[in-house]
Design a protein around this ligand. Structure first.
Ligand code: AMP
Length: 283
């Protein structure tokens, strides 16, 4: 795997690849890679001639400076995992390179950037939109791969592509989970071992809610109340939100619609670490 440290170098490497009309797949990450990230790389490798992963811990998407500071950076291990997966290029830029032209960004994603994650982390999606727009412009990929784990983020990226008419196809890949069902996340390594095990309850709660819907439960308030109770049994936890939403607008349903897709979303702090997860209760 080739390491590319500057946007200038990336441009030079990509020019001949683009001229040859080779398909470029792109997987943007913030590093501390796990099998969730690697699943995106593998999907990209199966659909493109050239795959580029970026690792950039983007300062403009962190509303909490201590979260940014604490963000793990095991770069040697990341390189090893990417090399093993067969990734072709790793783009590892400095913030001074990405933000050489300043950090101004005024594009609005409307309501989508204010709901749920947007409400809990003000400014987060502006930062995500800004950095992904810059990375898309540098890489100019044919295909970009993101995880359903960050469901709201995938809607933001699709809107970014639509708003700026970018010729990029977005692929949303399934959530990869630990053995107990906990969605893999770079943040999981902050959890004490016992807590990490019991946090499998988040997945169990999503599954149980899905079963309730499958077996004909129609009362949304009841489904949410049962889920809330299950999550509250996780010791040291604090629920930030739990909702059943329309998967495109992310507006919370008041009543279960007769048909069509419905999504449950959860954000919870466990032992001081913020975890998010989601599942289609009906697709
Ligand atoms: P991050 O490094 O956290 O910014 O994540 C980079 C990409 O990996 C994003 O598109 C995430 O949604 C995706 N991702 C993170 N965790 C998982 C997971 N457990 N399963 C699938 N994709 C994931």
């Amino acid at each position: 795997m080739n390491l590319v440290k500057t946007s200038k170098e990336l441009g030079e490497i990509l020019a001949p690849i683009r001229s040859a009309s080779s398909l470029i797949g792109f997987v943007p990450t913030m590093g501390a890679l796990h099998n969730g990230h690697i699943s995106l790389i593998k999907k990209a490798l199966s659909e493109n001639e050239v795959v580029i992963c970026s690792i950039f811990v983007n300062p403009t998407q962190f509303n909490d400076p201590s979260d940014l500071e604490k963000y793990p950076k095991p770069i040697e291990k990341d390189i090893e995992l990417l090399t093993k997966a067969g990734c072709h290029y790793l783009f590892l830029p400095e913030a001074s390179d990405i933000y050489a032209d300043g950090a101004e960004w005024s594009h609005s994603f409307g309501k989508l950037e204010q709901l749920w994650e947007g409400a809990m982390r003000p400014g987060h999606f502006k930062g995500v939109g800004q950095v992904v727009y810059k990375l898309f412009n540098l890489v100019l990929p044919n295909h970009a791969y993101f995880g359903q784990k960050d469901y709201q983020q995938t809607l933001i990226i699709q809107k970014l592509i639509d708003d700026f008419k970018l010729p990029i196809q977005l692929h949303v890949c399934p959530v990869v989970r630990e053995e107990n069902g906990l969605a893999m996340s770079s943040r999981n390594m902050r959890l004490p071992a016992q807590v990490r095990l019991s946090a499998g309850r988040i997945f169990q709660t999503l599954q149980f809610s899905k079963e309730l819907v499958n077996t004909g439960e129609k009362d949304i308030q009841k489904i949410i109340a049962v889920a809330r109770l299950k999550l509250e049994e996780l010791s040291g936890s604090q629920i930030e939100y739990i909702a059943i939403v329309e998967p495109i607008s992310l507006e919370a349903f008041e009543q279960l619609p007769e048909n069509g897709p419905i999504l449950m979303i959860i954000a919870i702090k466990v032992a001081g670490t913020r975890l998010i997860d989601n599942m289609f209760l009906r697709s």
